[in-house]
Ligand binder design. Structure first.
Ligand code: AGP
Length: 604
């Protein structure tokens, strides 16, 4: 995924572009660049690395009041200054920034080379700027309209033409793009966060739509070039998430925001002891008719799906399964009008999850989006919508959005259970509502997690094991640890280790054992003994009342109890997050922007 910002107005463009790019870095940060336009033409500055390098290169050298900017997560072509966006066309007529993938770029490049065009970069985006130049006959919208059908794949584009200072051309297909007006000009953005304090409403571009933006006008067009009128989306006043406050990293801030995020999410959907989902459009009859619930997501969202699958089985009479979105698409799973496909996504823009949603819609399944971004692509393309209210999440490693996904999925299981003859204990709902305070208490484990990080920071490999929901959490714990500390981690069902992987356990191999499930404690204890017998170094997460049985573990983190076994995933997520965070910090890693990653992967 990449970040795009464009500005045209009365003020200098550079401050808006650079500040916006710094806020969009969560979308990708291996290189960045800006193109500025004024009467003298187009000027481009690009740098490899973080936006800070670009800011230094740009200095205070430009007075242009229009420009476009881009921060990149590489798909085609390595991270480099040459492959950074914007990309100019052959004769410098067009400058283009792009978020997405042009799947037929090789064929286009081949054809253009045969016509005498030359290419400077290894990117797919450069073919767009060359095609625009080739197709241009004097009208910008006509040129864009004629060019886009030649592109296969996904794109959000912001384009400058050297003869039109103050004008930005835009197009959108499958990657998000938003236009907005402010008091001192107009913006085009990948995410409103990039210019949050300047805008109070925005226009969300739809697939195939074009836009022409000037200092004080936003004009929209359909794919065939006919003018289009659009309704604005008004933004809440908050600009939360835009800065770290007193925290050293966004990730730590967002870990500590979990109680509030949970409170906001739970209180939005539980009114006077009843669960209400205004955006869930299934009737009681349709809920009763559901025969299969497919929970589909990527990464941590998939781990939330995996964890909640167990809960759906305990609270409803429905069969539930968790699927990795990129696998779900190719599995030919039978879907019908009685299938409920739940797409879970923090960003609401993950390409694999969006494609899984399109497949489910095309097969007539009921679709529901559980997302943290209300106007995201997945939200807009699902039949039903339940938003997590975690607030803006910047750190690439998700924490507060993940725990709010769990909360929504647990509420959904209770809701479906209560509407279809399942088991919906009111005391469980009360315990769910008490979670913010219990999660708050787990934050007190910070020192314990810090000590565990000291024990793990030098590891090459770490194994996470658990059973049932503890296994789902071990998956999440392994991902959190590996994605920010770069230590190789694997999660395994505790009962499965002895079927092969235990051959990797040797003296001092670190094993993090999750044994929160009291009903499975003895079984997981057997797995702990098996790895201990091979010399493993075991860190156990367990409830206080079972801690004394873990005397032969090397390090024990006691998790608050007094909640149903079903709710332990909310509590042990916190020490796992803190342990990963501190390990990454001790290893000098870039916690908020880990190498090779982006906050949301909008390419397949
Ligand atoms: C989580 O810490 C990772 N950054 C990643 O696995 C993420 O959960 C995944 O890419 C899915 O993103 P989404 O929730 O925005 O769809």
């Amino acid at each position: 995924m990449c970040g795009i910002i464009g500005y045209t107005g009365r003020n200098k463009a550079v401050p808006y572009l650079l500040t916006g790019l710094e806020r969009l870095e969560y979308r990708g940060y291996d290189s960045s660049g800006i193109a500025l336009i004024d009467e003298s033409g187009i000027s481009v500055v690009k740098r490899k690395g973080k936006v800070s390098a670009l800011r230094q290169a740009v200095g205070d050298n430009f007075t242009a009041t229009a420009g476009i900017g881009h921060t990149r997560w590489a798909t085609h072509g390595e991270p480099s200054q040459l492959n950074a966006h914007p990309h100019l066309s052959e004769n410098g007529m067009f400058a283009v920034v792009h978020n997405g993938i042009i799947e037929n770029c090789s064929e286009i490049k081949q054809e253009l080379k045969q016509e005498g065009y030359s290419f400077l970069s290894d990117t797919d985006t450069e073919v767009i700027s060359q095609l625009l130049e080739k197709n241009y006959r004097g009208n910008l919208i006509t040129c864009l309209k004629d060019t886009l059908p030649q592109l296969q794949g996904s794109f959000a584009l912001a384009v400058l033409h050297r003869d039109f200072p103050g004008t930005i051309l835009c197009a959108k297909k499958d990657s998000p793009l938003i236009a907005a007006k402010s008091e001192d000009g107009c913006f085009v953005l990948s995410d409103t966060l990039a210019a949050r304090e300047h805008i109070s409403a925005c226009y969300i571009m739809g697939d195939g739509e074009l836009a022409l933006i000037t200092e004080n006008s936003l004009s929209f067009f359909s794919a065939d070039g006919t003018p289009l009128s659009k309704e604005p989306h008004f933004l809440s006043g908050c600009t939360d998430g835009a800065d770290k406050g007193d925290f050293p990293h966004f990730m730590l801030k967002e870990i500590y925001e979990q109680p509030a995020a949970l409170r906001d999410t739970l209180s939005a959907y539980v009114k006077e002891g009843r669960i209400v989902f205004p955006g869930f459009c299934l009737s009681e009859r349709e809920i009763k008719a559901i025969d299969k619930i497919h929970l589909v997501a990527c990464g941590s969202a998939y781990h939330a799906a995996l964890c909640s699958k167990y809960i759906f089985h305990q609270l409803t009479d429905k069969e539930a399964s968790a699927h990795i979105a990129s696998e779900f698409r190719y599995d030919s799973i039978p879907l019908s009008e009685n299938s409920l496909v739940v797409i879970i996504s923090q960003s609401g823009e993950t390409a694999d999850s969006l494609a899984a949603l399109s497949l489910a819609n095309s097969k007539g399944a009921k679709t529901l989006a559980v997302v943290n971004v209300e106007n995201s692509s997945i939200a807009m393309k699902s039949q039903s919508l339940i938003c997590t209210l975690a607030g803006t999440e910047i750190s690439v490693a998700t924490t507060k959005a993940y725990i709010c996904q769990l909360a929504v999925l647990y509420l959904l299981a209770l809701y479906i259970g209560s509407h279809s003859g399942g088991y919906a204990p009111s005391e469980l709902l009360q315990q769910l509502l008490s979670l913010p305070e219990k999660v708050e208490k787990e934050l007190l484990q910070n020192e314990r997690a810090l000590a565990a990080a000291d024990l793990l920071k030098g590891s090459e490999h770490i194994y996470f094991i658990g059973r049932g929901t503890d296994y789902a959490l071990s998956m999440e714990g392994a991902l959190k640890m590996k994605e920010i500390s770069y230590i190789h981690c694997e999660a395994y069902p505790a009962g499965e280790l002895k079927h092969g992987t235990i051959s990797l356990i040797e003296k001092s191999t670190p094993v993090v054992a999750l044994c929160l499930r009291k009903d499975l404690f003895r079984k997981t204890l057997s797995a702990i003994k098996e790895v201990r017998a091979r010399g493993a170094f075991v860190i156990a997460l367990t409830a206080a009342e079972t801690a004394e049985s873990l005397t032969d573990c090397d390090f024990v983190i006691c998790i608050g109890s007094a909640v149903s076994d079903m709710l332990t995933p909310f509590l042990d997520a916190v020490p796992l997050q803190l342990m990963s965070y501190h390990t990454a910090v001790k290893r000098g890693c870039d916690v908020d922007k880990p190498r090779n990653l982006a906050k949301s992967v909008t390419v397949e």
